[in-house]
Ligand binder design. Structure first.
Ligand code: KIV
Ligand code: ZN
Length: 496
């Protein structure tokens, strides 16, 4: 059986990735990322641009010294840049010069012949120092093919080991990329590499197209970092090569998610939640239909198991969740409820989600405990039918309640009372509606379950009726409602 084709993965997070606007990595951070990239299984990494500064040269040098994989330094096609890479003791030098008419005219003010000379001389200089050389004709994809091939053949003859094809301003699309790289592949014998920018969101697709056309190496960055819209994304390219193309790389896929998180933390560039493979929502399910199916068989709505990239599946609690999702989540939290309670918890979660509240596990646990702690509907003596609050600046707040008191022909009781605050007013109104009942509030505790102004409030109270005391709790996104729920729960228990 034929072996799957093997593709080398070259990471430039520490070079092009560091050129992401606003990103600057210290030596320590670069080292931490470099080790993570080595552990992830990269074949080679570009550790930096040594001519940039002495500290950059030292950083690249230390990474090259400490890592076992190929560590590359970037150099313009200039002796002083190459010397800085040599001083950094790198395992490979990546030298580049622009070849497109736009760059020749407006950036360098040089002729094609002058650029050709510089490219060949730079490669010869690296090779003369006994260091493997990768050459990039920058802006290759906007360079006319005859001139591009002339430069590529010149540097191949000069001893370059790899030619990289950069889509510097991300103007390719897959079909065009396939044709473009195929033309180079026909003429060039040494290894080809590709470096795509994401200006049209096609960097990963173009990289894969270049692989189809015969490149042996792909340049990527973690989280797609890089100049402007970034580079081809390591996670997407590695997973597509493995699962969609059936090709081999040395990437240990289960290290993908932790590495992405590390880079996110150290660069402080946050990923969009819907970012493929490593975004917060990549393996999150909320809709009841999806959750139900995924719980039965994950492949229904997942292209591959999250564990394959070291991530975890998330069931999101929101307005689209159904009983199956809540049931699974409760089981995960070790909470057992009966079917009636499960329905009630689901209704509460959907209701909160519908109001735009982000419900996390702690909220669910509190809602479940609250519902499970409530008496079954048919055993409840008192139920809240309505509550109206009136609270104005410089005026005492008042509350009007309507209660249904079971057992007294299902009678409705109404009352309006004032209080020192809205909670006090609401509880006074409930007490008053119940008339002769001598129930006193002995203790009251209020907690926010999670942070934020939309946090769920949890109220714990102790009630006394004669010799009896009871504990009760209430959970709601509104403090007054949490207090009222706790109070009515307590009344139901103590009047049993
Ligand atoms: O985008 C680009 O062309 C580059 C080169 C240095 C390869 O980053
Ligand atoms: Zn680039």
């Amino acid at each position: 059986m034929a072996q799957p084709r093997k593709i080398r993965v070259f990471d430039t997070t520490l070079r092009d990735g560091e050129q992401t606007p606003g990103v600057a990595l210290t030596k320590e951070k670069k080292l931490e990322i470099a080790y993570a990239l080595q552990e992830l299984g990269l074949d080679a990494i570009e550790a930096g641009f040594p001519i940039n500064s002495l500290i950059e040269e030292e950083t690249v040098k230390q990474i090259a010294k400490e890592l076992d994989i190929t560590v590359c330094g970037l150099a313009r096609a200039l002796t002083q840049d190459i010397d800085a890479c040599i001083a950094a003791d790198v395992d490979m030098i990546h030298t580049f010069i622009s070849t497109s008419p736009q760059h020749l005219k407006y950036q360098m003010n040089k002729t094609e012949d002058e650029v050709y000379e510089m490219a060949v001389k730079a490669v010869e200089y690296v090779v003369d120092h006994g260091i493997p050389c990768m050459f990039s004709p920058m802006d290759a994809t906007r360079t006319p093919m005859p001139y591009l091939l002339r430069v590529c053949k010149g540097v191949e003859a000069a001893g370059a080991k790899i030619i990289n094809v950069p889509d510097t301003v991300g103007v390719m699309y897959p079909e065009k990329m396939r044709k473009f790289v195929s033309e180079i592949r026909k003429e060039i014998k040494i290894d080809l590499d590709v470096h795509c920018h994401n200006d049209f969101g096609l960097a990963s697709a173009n990289t894969l197209a270049a692989v189809e056309a015969g490149v042996n190496q792909v340049q990527v960055t973690v989280n797609g970092l890089g100049e402007r819209a970034g580079n081809a994304d390591l996670e997407q390219v590695a997973m597509a090569l493995k699962l969609l193309y059936g090709m081999e790389t040395n990437i240990k896929t289960e290290r993908i998610y932790p590495t992405s998180k590390l880079v996110e933390r150290l660069t402080t560039v946050r990923l969009m939640p819907n970012y493929p493979i490593v975004g917060d929502n990549a393996f999150a399910h909320e809709s009841g239909i999806h959750v139900h199916a995924v719980l039965k068989r994950a492949e229904t709505f997942e292209p591959f198991p999250p564990e394959l990239v070291g991530a975890k599946r998330r069931l999101v609690l929101g307005k689209h969740i159904g009983v199956h999702g809540i049931d699974a989540k409760l089981k995960e939290l070790g909470i057992t409820v009966d079917p009636e309670q499960l329905k009630e918890i689901t209704a509460k979660v959907k209701n909160l989600g519908g109001k735009g509240k982000k419900i996390v596990e702690e909220d669910l646990a509190a809602i479940a405990e609250d519902v499970a702690g409530m008496m079954p509907k048919k055993e409840r003596k008192v139920e809240l039918i309505d509550l109206v609050l009136n609270s104005r600046l410089n005026e005492k707040p008042s509350a009007s309640v309507i209660l249904k008191v079971n057992g007294v022909n299902g009678a409705e009781k109404r009352s309006t009372q004032e209080g020192v605050g809205p909670v006090d007013a609401a509880l006074n109104a409930i007490k008053n509606a119940l008339g002769g009942e001598k129930i006193t509030l002995e203790e009251y505790h209020l907690d926010a379950i999670t942070g934020g102004s939309d946090a769920l409030a949890e109220v714990m109270i102790t009630l006394r009726r004669g010799e009896d005391t009871t504990l009760a709790r209430g959970v709601h996104e509104d403090v007054v409602m949490a207090s009222v729920i706790a109070f009515i729960n307590g009344i139901n228990r103590i009047m049993k």
